[in-house]
Design a protein. Structure first.
Length: 142
């Protein structure tokens, strides 16, 4: 499992450089992610191992990668990256830049559905608790 302590000065410098020089598609999606009510927070250009993820939600271990035209010829390296991240317990969503440009709302909906799927549910009732509660009843005057 990669932690924030896995970062080195060179990884941090690379992430900063990538954040400062974000593509138009990264900027558009970031505006959607950072202001959204998804219930999780995302980081931009987050280093994990030898890779820097476009967007990462650490609380649910979700990576979002945006692929431009150059990725059509880099399918093997993208697959190795996905296999590496999956082995670390990170779920990866990939979108083409054209998806962000032409259907940003659809991309955001897919991310929202995935966040819901990966977010642990908090059940209101737990079967391991006693029904009586074991506490004292406090009378109130109403």
């Amino acid at each position: 499992m990669a932690t924030r302590f896995d970062h080195t000065k060179s990884k941090t410098a690379r992430a900063r450089h990538l954040r400062r020089n974000a593509t138009n598609c990264e900027q558009r999606l970031w505006l959607k992610l950072r202001g959204s009510n998804l219930g999780v927070s995302f980081r931009r250009q987050h280093p994990i191992g030898p890779f820097t993820l476009d967007f990462y939600a650490p609380s649910i271990r979700l990576a979002i990668e945006l692929d431009g035209g150059q990725h059509a010829t880099k399918k093997d390296s993208d697959e190795r990256r996905t296999v590496y991240l999956n082995a670390k317990g990170v779920h990866v969503l990939r979108f083409w830049n054209s998806d962000v440009v032409e259907n940003l709302d659809g991309v955001a909906e897919k991310i929202w559905l995935t966040v819901r799927e990966l977010t642990p549910t908090q059940s209101a009732s737990r079967s391991d608790l006693p029904l009586s509660g074991g506490g004292k009843l406090i009378a109130t005057n109403t």
